[in-house]
Design a protein around this ligand. Structure first.
Ligand code: ADP
Ligand code: MG
Length: 292
């Protein structure tokens, strides 16, 4: 690689909102064949909205939402914000919560109005030994629409579920097509459940889906793909993503993300948009062509 062409590319990248930490990262990105992207916030807007409150028999929708939102006030997760905001819009009464506990990648629990409340995914309910079979059919129907459902348990019993929708960004479909054109296979990785993830992925032409991922799952996925000979780029935005960004052949920190993600990445996108990855890839390929 000639220093001149790399410098030119780095300068051109900066103008396009693509910050390159080391020149090698850009060169390596030209030879990457697999890109892993997050669903929430990368493919979708990342601002979910509450859409459904579905009580189980013997429970009341207003009460269900009150208990769920009271608990979620203690969480900073985007899903929690959606529930608290949705509750406010619907005029639900909120109560103080105690014994609040968050389980990363699963959900939250605590005490509200003297009742033991838990909220989260199937893994969270399994951990608490709460059966959710009677809700499965209704939950699956909403997931098939790409919504994310969270089970609510009250005093050890499945009390219903709430669902949120996180719309796909207007630019995503076109960007995925452009990434395919540059020769990349695109894998969606998400902590969300399989059915919701597949519903979103199938609309976007995503090549592969890895759902129900725990926070350290992305790093494992990267190592698994690399062991099969793949050259892997990983785009991420969160504190949880730092190990995966470091493990990837090229880590891409999506703008507005955590500083720790930026530190672990070779490429940083000023705007957290998939089109930034398209620009970086095009730039990388052009640079390699100039060098050779
Ligand atoms: P993502 O891939 O969207 O970042 P996370 O790993 O943060 O997903 O969470 C995975 C799943 O765990 C969520 O889809 C949700 O079902 C559940 N979960 C996590 N945090 C919460 C919370 N505060 N309230 C309810 N459910 C939660
Ligand atoms: Mg997350």
């Amino acid at each position: 690689a000639t220093p001149m062409s790399i410098m030119t590319a780095t300068g051109r990248g900066a103008q396009a909102g693509v910050l390159i930490k080391e020149a090698e990262a850009l060169e390596r990105f030209a030879s990457v064949d697999t890109l892993i992207v997050d669903k929430t916030g990368t493919l979708t807007e990342g601002r979910p909205k509450l859409t459904d409150v579905v009580p189980a028999e013997g429970f009341d929708a207003g009460q269900l939402l009150s208990l769920a939102a009271s608990l979620e006030r203690g969480s900073e997760h985007p899903l929690a914000e959606a529930i608290v905001e949705g509750a406010a819009e619907r005029g639900a009464t909120l109560f103080a919560a105690s014994n609040f506990e968050a389980v990363t990648g699963k959900g939250v629990s605590g005490t509200v109005e003297g009742r033991k409340v838990a909220l989260g995914n199937a893994a969270m309910m399994a951990e608490l030994g709460i059966g959710i079979d009677r809700l499965a059919e209704q939950v699956d129907a909403l997931r098939a629409e790409g919504k994310t459902a969270m089970f609510v348990a009250v005093d050890g019993e499945a009390a219903g579920f709430v669902a949120v929708a996180d719309p796909v960004k207007a630019t995503t479909l076109e960007a995925i097509r452009a990434l395919h054109d540059t020769g990349l296979r695109v894998i969606m990785a998400t902590g969300d459940n399989e059915r919701t993830a597949r519903a979103v992925a199938s609309k976007l032409g995503i090549d592969e889906v890895r759902a129900d991922m725990l926070p350290d799952g992305k790093q494992q996925l990267i190592e698994e793909l690399q062991a099969k000979g793949a050259k892997v780029a990983m785009a991420g935005d969160g504190v949880n993503d730092a190990p995966a960004l470091a493990a990837a052949d090229v880590g891409i920190a999506m703008g507005t993300g955590a500083d720790v993600a930026v530190e672990s990445a070779g490429i940083t996108l000023v705007k957290g948009d998939l089109n930034g990855i398209v620009r970086a890839r095009t730039l990388a390929q052009a640079t390699i062509r100039n060098i050779r």
